[in-house]
Design a protein around this ligand. Structure first.
Ligand SMILES: Cc1ncc(COP(=O)(O)O)c(C=O)c1O
Length: 444
C-alpha cells in the first residue's frame, strides 16, 4: 500500500516496524486500549514513553481543547500576557512545593533540558555540567552532551565541552567531579528510565543534593518521564524528600495531545536570566505558553486529581510488581522486577543451562540489540501488548501503562509476559525465529 510517510518521512522506521511485525494501522485509541483497523485490540503498556498518563484521548482533555479552540481567544500573539500560562505555572509550583516558584514553558523535554543548562550557567556563572552515565535527556545538542551512549551521539559532531558523566549512584565520583567548583549543574533523572528503570536510593539523591549545595552546583532533576504522577507523587523527587533547584517536565503534562515542556525553577535562577526589562525575553520559544498546551495542562491536572491517578499509580504499581514477581519466579533468565508506581522494568540476564546459553550466546553474537526487540515483538503479536525495551539497556523490558490502566488489564499483561518468558525458556521455535530475525536485521 502506498505510504506517503514511507516515501517522505522515515522509510527506515517503517522497515523496522515491518521486520518486527508491528506495523499496525490504528483507528482509535482510548484509555489504555488501541484498536486497529483489522479489528485487533492491543493494550498499551508503553504510553508513548510516559506521555499518556491520563490515558489516550481523555474526553475531558479533548473537551477543554475544543472549548479553547471555539473561544477564538488570543493565541501566538507574542505581544500579550497569556494568563493561562500563569494559571498552569501557579498550579505546577503549588504541587512541586519546595522553592520552585517560577516556570519556563517550552514544547518538549529536550527543549526543557536545554533551558535548564542555560539557566544553570546564567545563575552560577560556571560552564561545567555533570550527568549520570546511562542517562537519557533528549536529542538536541545540549541534551546529548549529557548522555554517554555513543549510539545517540556518534556522527553528530562536537557537543558541549565541559561535561562529565559519573556512574549513577556513585557519590564519591560525584564529589570528585563537583569539587573543582566549576560545575553549573548536576542533571539527573531520579529514576533512570532508558538506562533500565534504575531506581535511586533516597540516600543517593539526598547526598547528591547536599554535595551540590556544598560545591555551589545546581541540583537539576529531569522528571520528563518520572513526573506527572507516573511514580505516584507529582514528582519522583517527593519520594526522596529532595529540594531540586530546577525540575524539567514534559510528556504527560498536556495529556499526550499537545507538545509541551516546563522548567520549574527557584526565583533566584529566574532572576539571574530575566534580570532586567531588556532581558525579559532573553530565552524564549515561539510556541511556549501557547493556549492549547496550557489548557491541556490544566485539564490534565484536573483529570489526575479527579481520578486519583497518583494513588492509582502507587497501588497498581505494587499490584503489577507483585503479580510479575510471582508469575516469573523460577525463570532463570529473569534477573529482577523493579520500579516505582507505574514505571516498571523486568531485567533479563544470560541463562546458565548449557543448551539455552548456547542459543542466547549465538543470538547475542549476531545482534545483541535484537534480544529485547524479539521479546517486544512476541508480546505484541502473541499477547496483544504494546511495550518497549529501555532505550539504553536492551535487557530491560519496560512497562509504563497509562495510569488509568485497570487490574484486569494488568493481569492480561502479566499473563502475556509469563507466556513469552516461558517460550524464551522452553521453546526451540522462539529461538529459531529470533535468530532469523537477528540475521535479517543486520542484513537489511
Ligand atoms: C528522561 C527524559 N528526558 C528528556 C527527554 C526528551 O524529551 P523530548 O523527546 O520531549 O524532547 C526524554 C524523552 O524520552 C526523556 O525520557
Amino acid at each position: 500500500m502506498y505510504s506517503p510517510y514511507e516515501n517522505f518521512v522515515n522509510p527506515q522506521w517503517v522497515r523496522l516496524l515491518e521486520l518486527l511485525q508491528m506495523n499496525v494501522r490504528y483507528s482509535r485509541c482510548a484509555g489504555a486500549e488501541l484498536f486497529a483497523e483489522d479489528g485487533c485490540r492491543y493494550l498499551d503498556f508503553l504510553a508513548g514513553y510516559c506521555v499518556h498518563n491520563t490515558g489516550h484521548n481523555h474526553p475531558k482533555i479533548i473537551a477543554a481543547l475544543h472549548d479553547e479552540l471555539s473561544r477564538s481567544g488570543p493565541a501566538m500573539l507574542q505581544s500579550h500576557v497569556p494568563e493561562l500560562a500563569g494559571e498552569l505555572a501557579a498550579n505546577l509550583c503549588a504541587r512541586a512545593r519546595a522553592c520552585l516558584s517560577k516556570v519556563y514553558f517550552c514544547s518538549s523535554g529536550s527543549e526543557g533540558v536545554e533551558a535548564a543548562i542555560k539557566f544553570a550557567r546564567a545563575q552560577t556563572q560556571r560552564d561545567g555540567l555533570v550527568y549520570a552515565k546511562g542517562a537519557f535527556h533528549g536529542m538536541t545538542c545540549g541534551a546529548l552532551s549529557l548522555m554517554d551512549d555513543p549510539f545517540w551521539t556518534k556522527g553528530f559532531g562536537p557537543l558541549l565541552r565541559d561535561t562529565r558523566g559519573v556512574p549513577f549512584g556513585d557519590l564519591e565520583a560525584l564529589r570528585t567531579a563537583l569539587a573543582y567548583k566549576s560545575v553549573a549543574a548536576f542533571v539527573v533523572e531520579p529514576i533512570q528510565g532508558e538506562a533500565g528503570i534504575r531506581v535511586s536510593t533516597g540516600e543517593y539523591l539526598r547526598e547528591a543534593q547536599a554535595l551540590c549545595r556544598r560545591f555551589g552546583t545546581l541540583f537539576v532533576l529531569d522528571e520528563v518521564q518520572t513526573g506527572m504522577y507516573r511514580t505516584g507523587g507529582f514528582l519522583a523527587a517527593h519520594h526522596y524528600d529532595v529540594d531540586p533547584d530546577m525540575v524539567v517536565l514534559a510528556k504527560a503534562l498536556s495529556g499526550g495531545l499537545i507538545p509541551v515542556g516546563a522548567v520549574l525553577m527557584t526565583d533566584a535562577i529566574y532572576k539571574s536570566v530575566y534580570s532586567s526589562l531588556r532581558r525579559s525575553i532573553v530565552h524564549t520559544s515561539t510556541y511556549s505558553e501557547n493556549a492549547l498546551a496550557m489548557r491541556a495542562g490544566l485539564a490534565t491536572l484536573d483529570v489526575i486529581d479527579e481520578e486519583r491517578l497518583g494513588a492509582r499509580a502507587t497501588e497498581l504499581g505494587e499490584y503489577l510488581r507483585n503479580s510479575l514477581r510471582s508469575a516469573l519466579e523460577g525463570y532463570e533468565m529473569v534477573a529482577e522486577v523493579r520500579g516505582i508506581g507505574l514505571l516498571n522494568g523486568i531485567e533479563f540476564k544470560a541463562p546458565r543451562r548449557l543448551r539455552l546459553r548456547l542459543l542466547y550466546e549465538a543470538f547475542m553474537k549476531i545482534h545483541p540489540g535484537m534480544f529485547g526487540q524479539v521479546a517486544v515483538m512476541r508480546l505484541f503479536r502473541d499477547g496483544g501488548i504494546l511495550t518497549q525495551m529501555c532505550g539504553n539497556n536492551f535487557l530491560v523490558l519496560k512497562a509504563a501503562p497509562p495510569l488509568v490502566v485497570t487490574k484486569p488489564q494488568i493481569d492480561t499483561y502479566v499473563l502475556a509476559v509469563r507466556d513469552m518468558v516461558d517460550l524464551m525458556h522452553h521453546s526451540a521455535s522462539y529461538w529459531t525465529e529470533a535468530l532469523r530475525l537477528a540475521r535479517r536485521a543486520i542484513n537489511i
